[in-house]
Design a protein around this ligand. Structure first.
Ligand code: ADP
Ligand code: MG
Length: 238
């Protein structure tokens, strides 16, 4: 079980409060999307779940465990960033296998795991290439594979498609949705794009200025926005 629970989680940078007392339950196995305008605190929230940023207040639980003082490497999470930061001199294989470093796998076990994940993301024929010999979409798949190979309970993604062109973005949206079904892990996906949120998530969390404006399924958000901000942001008729 790896639901993620936020209890009154907040974050301030130099006394400027950017995340303001979030209370949120992210169900095990859900595809939860955090959406909201630029600067509303989405990345900071994700980074606190990953352990890359320490909360100034409140508590975060992953599964049953309170992780406030657990370092990133000891949390059962993997994160994919917007600028997917592959190692340019390493092969696709080594980039993916990098996710397994310090986990004590034998070379053979690594090979089996990398081969399996490469198959899932359609990179089996590209393992010997360097990132520079791949398209943008293939590079993004390597970044996904590097995170997936660790088989995390919780998968954190911060605008992972924003550097791709519109066509590829549509394709990757569909692929991510089916990947989520295959893996069954908890996906927490950050975007500022309402269309992306409405088409990908089963639970949408709308944020504004460090606060949660509404948490709902896409249709409910559209049909029953709880406030003007959500109605305008989602573009619902209400
Ligand atoms: P979003 O991902 O929704 O665009 P962020 O979480 O990146 O928003 O940022 C929320 C606010 O926190 C912004 O005003 C941003 O400038 C500020 N912020 C983010 N990271 C830092 C940091 N390391 N130091 C100071 N301010 C930061
Ligand atoms: Mg961000």
């Amino acid at each position: 079980m790896a639901q993620v629970v936020l209890k009154q989680v907040s974050k301030a940078f130099q006394n400027q409060s950017v995340v303001k007392g979030l209370d949120l339950v992210i169900p095990d196995g859900s595809f939860t999307v955090l959406v909201g305008p630029s600067g509303c605190g989405k990345s900071t929230t994700l980074r606190m779940i990953a352990g890359l940023e320490e909360a100034t207040g409140g508590e975060i639980l992953i599964g049953e465990q309170s992780v406030n003082h657990v370092p990133p490497g000891k949390r059962d999470v993997a994160m994919v960033f917007q600028n997917y930061a592959l190692y340019p001199t390493m092969s696709v294989y080594d980039n993916i296998a990098y996710g397994l470093r310090n986990r004590g796998y034998s070379k053979k076990d690594c090979q089996v795991l990398v081969a399996e994940i490469a198959g899932v993301v359609g990179l089996s024929d590209y393992l010997k290439r360097k990132p520079s010999q791949l398209s943008g979409g293939q590079r993004q798949r390597v970044a996904l594979a590097r995170a997936m190979v660790k088989k995390p309970e919780v998968f954190l993604m911060d605008e992972p498609l924003s550097n791709l062109d519109a066509k590829l973005r549509n394709q990757m949206r569909v692929e991510l949705t089916s990947l989520h079904k295959q893996l069954g892990s908890t996906f927490i996906y950050v975007t500022h794009d309402q269309v992306e949120a409405m088409t990908m998530g089963d639970q949408i969390v709308v944020m504004n200025e460090g606060r949660i404006m509404q948490v709902a399924a896409p249709m409910e958000l559209y049909q029953e926005p709880e406030n003007l901000f959500v109605a305008q942001f989602i573009g619902s008729p209400a």
